[in-house]
Design a binder for this molecule. Structure first.
Ligand SMILES: [Zn+2]
Length: 337
């Protein structure tokens, strides 16, 4: 993946490329994001840039043998670690590690690098458990980073969601992150940096990602109208309309319901930003701008909280009709000037 294929976060791309150009990448970075911000594709573009034989214009060439192997996930020195658990797909393995599922991971990553933890869990067959990064995995990491690199260049260890690492694994890994072997590079991708043990976190260059601009979001069309309808219902004091929209939303699948909530958060943020003349110039940014001045300023914080609660409720399997009726109702209540 080239930087230009990664959605948004343009300033960060320039910063990462400059770090490589000036040879000051260090040996461990931690990309901090929320689900959907695209830290994994960013990590892949970064590794590809680091290895490219013909970098130019702040991007990898996408054509040299290294670029091709990295983008096809066939480079032997790029390793992945992610949370796993025993499932029907672990092939009878009692202590599965990431490599047990590596073909599933690669397939998902090639298909859509913006996948969520839940989407990965579904693919891995983790149903009612959570994935963990355990001590066996930490041993694997040590082994791999200890080996001479296959290609004579750097070795990369991409650790997705280190917040799922248990204490034993963290302790095991600590030393190698503190005193890495030459030519090894760690990229941690976290959605909960506060849950990563401090001793690892403090060894990394920490980098925060920004949300992907709304113009890149594929579901915009599907979610925009229902959300505007909830806003309009609140602004025009039309409770019946609000509740009707809630019913439509209750009929969506769980994954789409969560995406809807995420979409609403970014749209609401757009409205807030355009009030400060910082909105996106895209069509969606202009649509958001139509709400500038109409939504009470005191509402935003409340709105973000309500949307986050709704998403958390959906995630913990609360009845969707109840969640969205409640959401529409509370928007109606709080949008009153
Ligand atoms: Zn290249």
């Amino acid at each position: 993946m080239q930087f230009k294929e990664v959605k948004g976060n343009d300033t960060l791309k320039e910063r990462l490329a400059a770090m490589v150009d000036q040879n000051r990448t260090g040996h461990a970075i931690m990309l901090e994001e929320k689900s959907g911000y695209g830290a994994l594709p960013m990590a892949m573009a970064f590794i590809q840039y680091l290895n490219c034989a013909d970098r130019h214009d702040g991007d990898s060439c996408g054509e040299c043998s290294s670029c091709r192997r990295i983008s096809h996930l066939q480079h032997p020195d790029v390793h992945f670690v992610f949370p796993v658990n025993v499932t029907a797909k672990s092939g009878g393995e009692k202590k599965p590690v990431s490599d047990t599922f590596i073909s599933i991971w690669k397939e998902l990553l090639l298909k859509n690098p913006y996948f969520t933890e839940e989407e990965l869990n579904t693919e891995l067959g983790i149903e009612d458990k959570v994935g963990v990064i355990n001590v066996n995995e930490a041993k694997e990491i040590l082994n791999k980073m200890n080996l001479r690199s296959f290609e004579g260049g750097n070795k990369y260890m991409v650790i997705w969601l280190p917040e799922r690492m248990n204490t034993e694994a963290s302790n095991k890994l600590l030393k190698i992150v503190e005193e890495p072997f030459p030519g090894t590079f760690f990229i941690f991708i976290t959605q909960a940096p506060e849950k990563v043990i401090d001793t690892i976190r403090s060894r990394c260059l920490r980098i925060q990602l920004q949300p992907v601009p709304m113009e890149y979001q594929p579901d915009v069309e599907e979610y925009l109208e229902p959300f505007c309808s909830i806003l309009e219902a609140g602004l025009s004091r039309d409770l019946v309309k609000a509740l009707k929209t809630a019913e439509t939303l209750a009929a969506l699948g769980r994954e789409r319901q969560k995406r809807f909530c995420l979409f609403c958060e970014s749209f609401l943020r757009q409205i807030m930003m355009s009030g400060m003349n910082l909105g996106e110039k895209s069509a969606i940014g202009r649509r958001a701008a139509t709400y500038t001045g109409r939504i009470p300023e005191t509402f935003f914080e409340k709105g973000f909280g309500l949307l986050e609660n709704a998403r958390a409720s959906i995630e913990s399997n609360v009845n969707a009709k109840m969640v969205f009726t409640n959401l529409a109702n509370l928007f109606w209540v709080h949008l009153k000037k």
